[in-house]
Design a protein around this ligand. Structure first.
Ligand code: SAH
Length: 371
């Protein structure tokens, strides 16, 4: 074990956890607010910089704690301005984060796990199996890395990232506590101060965790549905066998019911040629969508080697969209961004040392994003 790994990493600590930390080392709780501002608003990486804290306390902190960000192995910038980072994790694997600029809006797509345990049939992350959860520091670290890539870390550059979506590698609700801590920091006034409408958690539908989420936070919710009936969804999104569509819709309604403002569920639907893109699928989907306040985001399938699936033609995509729009549901089609740097949805692979051995069934997929 190296010297640094023995120290407590303060980077991913929520305000509540940081208060506990200060009390445990015999200091006042309000130090937490000071330190959070230094770390997250001013981008501090050392205690030395924290000039409103006494020299004695700074020295004490240096002995027991650290502010350690995950290491960036690679940064790629695409012609359309999309940036992708390959980030090394404590577990020795790597994950990816993607920043997608679109006019004034810059959306950061954040990973929550190394690999994923859910095994959705059309997702390259799923094909790699599962390795480990990211720590809260590794999750919030992706936001710090993205902000810093635009220059000095100060209160102006902090506004660089306007939206965060937990739509990178992994299932965020299977890494519940760390994801909640990181999202708390994203919305915290003394940290990144993002509105709850601009922080979105995307889930494949871990129903009990959606209920638990409503008790601790009020971020916006996106749900990966991908199929309009249980028979098909059982194949595409295997967790459906445990939590079928009806249960998922009920959980979404419960979640929205607990929010203090009016919001809708973003329903994601990866459109796969000949699999879930027929007019009858659209008609069935419409019935599901009408059962909760929702908008639809169609994601044309992004191919990866040996997936066995194809993206539908533009005509088929538009025909599917038309049926839903006619049914009165707001619908968008996600444009593919960062194509040439493999930064599109479902193309994020990092490097996962698979502990489930699932990846052995699909060998060539791995490492696509690292070349
Ligand atoms: N596990 C969470 C977070 C991942 S989000 C979830 O399932 O919501 C990533 C989004 O991209 C999900 O909607 C996912 O289903 C979608 N996706 C995965 N692979 C894809 C691919 N090859 N093409 C297009 N979209 C894909």
């Amino acid at each position: 074990m190296t010297e640094s790994t023995k120290k407590v990493n303060l980077l991913g600590m929520s305000p509540a956890k940081l208060e506990v930390f200060f009390e445990e080392i015999g200091e006042k709780k309000f130090r937490a607010t000071q330190v959070i501002k230094w770390i997250h608003q001013l981008g501090a990486s050392s205690f030395e910089e924290m000039t409103n804290i006494s020299k004695a306390l700074r020295l004490k902190l240096e002995e027991v704690a650290e502010i350690r960000e995950p290491e960036v192995l690679l940064e790629k910038v695409s012609k359309d301005g999309t940036k992708k980072w390959v980030i090394r994790t404590e577990s020795g694997s790597s994950v990816e984060a993607v920043l997608i600029p679109d006019g004034d809006r810059k959306t950061l797509c954040v990973s929550s796990q190394v690999g994923c345990s859910l095994d959705c049939s059309f997702c390259s992350t799923g094909k790699q199996g599962f390795n480990s959860n990211l720590t809260a520091a590794e999750i919030i670290g992706q936001l710090r890395i993205a902000i810093r890539s635009y220059g000095d870390y100060n209160t102006t550059s902090q506004r660089v990232v306007s939206n965060v979506v937990m739509m990178g590698m992994g299932e965020p609700l299977m890494n519940f506590d760390n994801v909640v801590d990181a999202m708390t920091l994203m919305m915290e006034d003394n940290a990144y101060c993002l509105s709850k409408r601009r922080v979105t958690l995307s889930t494949a539908g871990v129903v009990p965790a959606i209920d638990k989420l409503a008790e601790v936070t009020d971020v916006s919710l996106a749900v990966s549905i991908h199929a309009p009936n249980d028979d098909l969804r059982d194949i595409l999104v295997p967790i459906n066998k445990r939590y079928p569509i009806n249960d998922l819709v009920d959980a979404c309604n419960r979640y929205l019911g607990k929010l203090s403002d009016k919001r809708v569920i973003t329903v994601e639907y990866t459109l796969i040629n000949g699999v879930n893109d027929k007019p009858e699928h659209a008609k069935q989907l419409l019935k599901v969508l009408r059962r909760m306040p929702s908008k639809l985001n169609i994601i044309p399938f992004n191919p990866f080697p040996n997936s066995g699936y194809e993206r539908p033609t533009e005509e088929r995509i538009l025909a599917f969209k038309e049926i839903i729009v006619h049914g009165g549901i707001v619908t968008t089609v996600r444009r593919t961004r960062g194509d040439e740097i493999d930064a599109a949805c479902g193309q994020l692979v990092g490097q996962v040392e698979d502990r489930t051995r699932r990846s052995q069934k699909y060998i060539p997929v791995v490492q696509q994003g690292l070349e």
